[in-house]
Design a binder for this molecule. Sequence first.
Ligand SMILES: NC(=O)c1ccc[n+]([C@@H]2O[C@H](COP(=O)([O-])OP(=O)(O)OC[C@H]3O[C@@H](n4cnc5c(N)ncnc54)[C@H](OP(=O)(O)O)[C@@H]3O)[C@@H](O)[C@H]2O)c1
Length: 267
Amino acid sequence: MHQKIAIITGSSSGIGKAFLELVAGDKGEYFKTPFDEIWAVARRRDALEEIAASVNGVKVVPVAADLSDNSGIKIIEDKLKAEEPVVGLLINSAGMGIKGTVMEKTAEALDNTIRINCSALSQMIRITVPYMKPLDNTKAKIINIASSAGFLPQPGFACYAASKSYVISFSRAMGCELKSSGIDVMAVCPGPVATDFQRRATEGKQADFTDWRKNFVIDPVSLSKKSLKASLKGRRMLVYPFSQKLLHLASKIVPISWILAFESKSL
Ligand SMILES: NC(=O)c1ccc[n+]([C@@H]2O[C@H](COP(=O)([O-])OP(=O)(O)OC[C@H]3O[C@@H](n4cnc5c(N)ncnc54)[C@H](OP(=O)(O)O)[C@@H]3O)[C@@H](O)[C@H]2O)c1
């Protein structure tokens, strides 16, 4: 008997952890029947084990893997080949970004951003799709966590913003490629979210958003709820909250030179 599973990357903290707790505790609000297992993927095994022990409901299987490296992807690929589960949900939430100009950055910081945000997300889809099937008459779902940073170039966070443009573009194209396979693909584009992301992005210098973005911070639990609901409705893209919809609109109608001039003031 094939296990029905969900896979969530980046589930040791923040948005991925919020998704994990939501899906594990789901009593039919989102999925008609519970998954047999959720594979929780991230590097920090201790954090994953702690979360797995604290979660009530579905069994959570910690899978420690560094997705910046092909060997990390292979760990998941080998596990899929060995267990041949049916995957009803894949959430790609693992991600990173280091603030600062490109010339201030190390080669490793640039490389890791592209590897985790773009390559790993693409590879996770490539290795998981062969195991994805509709469950209980509900299409299989892929949810990719992009960002409103992907709407526009961002001087001072250039590599991160470009990597999230990739996620939006890739998700849209994959949605078309996988349409006939019974798999929906959705990109989620939040603004600032209250997680460890900011502390990591500033290499520990700032725990929270401090500039004008602080007025728009949302919590990861409301984001995960909104995202699952949108995905189950078959949406291709979720821009949340409303402030980010305005930013999205502005990115389409305001001349890019004006936006870049405004953004460059904070360099
Ligand atoms: N917070 C925000 O303001 C915000 C806004 C828009 C979009 N996002 C996006 O949301 C996603 C989740 O971020 P978050 O806010 O939840 O931040 P977070 O709390 O820092 O979570 C990042 C997750 O990614 C995992 N990860 C990082 N590098 C990894 C690697 N090499 N291999 C495997 N896993 C790795 C981390 O786990 P380990 O450290 O255990 O590996 C952690 O679970 C990211 O894609 C981020 O770009 C965040």
